[in-house]
Structure formats: C-alpha cells, structure tokens
Write a protein that binds this ligand. Sequence first.
Ligand SMILES: O=C(O)c1cc(=O)[nH]c(=O)n1[C@@H]1O[C@H](COP(=O)(O)O)[C@@H](O)[C@H]1O
Length: 237
Amino acid sequence: MRPAPIAVALDAPDLETAARWASLVTPHVSTIKVGLELYLRYGPEVIASVRGASGVDIFLDLKLHDIPNTVAGAARAVGRLRPAILTVHAAGGPAMISEAVQALPDTRIAAVTVLTSLSEADLERIGLAGPPGDAVRRLAAMAVGAGAQALVCSPQEVAAVRGEVGPDITLITPGVRPAGSGSQDQARVATPEQAFADGADLLVIGRPITGSADPGAAAAGIAAALRRSAAAGDRRV
Ligand SMILES: O=C(O)c1cc(=O)[nH]c(=O)n1[C@@H]1O[C@H](COP(=O)(O)O)[C@@H](O)[C@H]1O
C-alpha cells in the first residue's frame, strides 16, 4: 500500500522524541517535516536521525525569507541534506524565490503564501486587508511565476489556488484538523478529507498525530480516511 500524502510535522523538543515519532509514522505517510525547532537545536544531523533507514521524503521547513543572495546561499547550504521540499516565504518576492529554485534544482521549493495561523483581522493589521484568499492567490501566482514548484496555503484556499495555478503545482496544506480536534493556534483550518477533496497534494499534520497517545495509530487512521475519500471519488479537482 502506498503511504498517504501526509507530511507529519515533527515539532519535537528533542531528537529522541522526533526519531521515535518518525519511526512510528513512516510506515503510513509519505513525508516527515523538520522545522525550525529541531533544526535550530540540532542542525543538519537531525535529518539523518529522523530519516533512519526509511525511504521517507524529507520536508525541510526553514521558511527562508531574506535578500536573494542570502537565500540562495542558505539553500545551497542545505542541498547536501537532499530535502524533497524546502520552504521559503513567498513574501520574500520573485527574485528571492527564483534564486532558491536555481540554487537547489533537485529540491521542490515551496513558497509559503499566508501563514495558516493568521486570521482576516491579523492580515488587516499587517497591511493585507481583505479576505485571506485574495492575498493567498496573489502570492501564489507571483511565486509560480518566479519558478516555485510548490505552494503552501490553508485548506480553505486550496481550491481557489488550484484554479489560479493549474494542475502541475504541488499544493501543500497545513492547518489540517480531524473533526473534533481543537484548532490550537491555527486560524484557517479544515479536515483532512476536505483538504484532500479540494485538491491538496500533501497535508501537513503535526499535533493531531504527534500529540496523540499513539502517533502511529493516529497517522494510520488519517491515512485510511484519505484512502476512503479517494475510493469514494470525493476529490473534486
Ligand atoms: O510551512 C509550513 O509547514 C506551515 C505553514 C503555515 O502556513 N502554517 C503551518 O502551520 N505550517 C507548519 O505546519 C505545521 C502545523 O502543525 P500542527 O498545527 O501541529 O498540525 C507546523 O510545523 C507549522 O510550522
């Protein structure tokens, strides 16, 4: 059985916990995500620890955001870790995105549009007044024009973004919460089934899996729910 299109966010305080979560979930999911907490504490060695002997894809979520030359150098610096996906902030602009893409030809550069933790009220305070979907679509089109092969947006916008950028761009959605789970610090959320039905290619899920008493069973349960959705033909795009 193919692993489900889920990236488990290993937002762990220590390497042992991250490696344990990784070994529990990798039979069920395609991807594991290493973010700032682990990478800043342990550096590149964390990747080998969580990858283990598995063939799981590594999603390195560093959300790079700086001038183009600095981001190009940072992207080259992580190239030897062979991440399948590396994030940059779309708001860094087209030249920055393009430099990251050129620096790492074998990695999918994913541009983060509008963080899923931000509400419409937050966006107004930042100076992006209007529905979040408008800013997400603008940033998505700009990022793809600059060469990004993947985008990060909330599941609430994924169908609109798919309409904007077409079928060939990988759409990644955090802000995923199984029915009955609390949204915590996420503002724009939907269920895994909804995100998948609306066209997400990869669902980023952290605490609903890693905060469960049995992360392996939680990952397997969500993977099975996605398989049922796919079998029922629920995917609309
Ligand atoms: O780039 C990301 O992965 C990301 C972008 C975004 O807009 N929102 C977002 O939550 N994320 C990441 O997705 C994960 C979500 O984790 P949970 O909220 O625990 O499911 C975290 O590791 C975040 O860093």
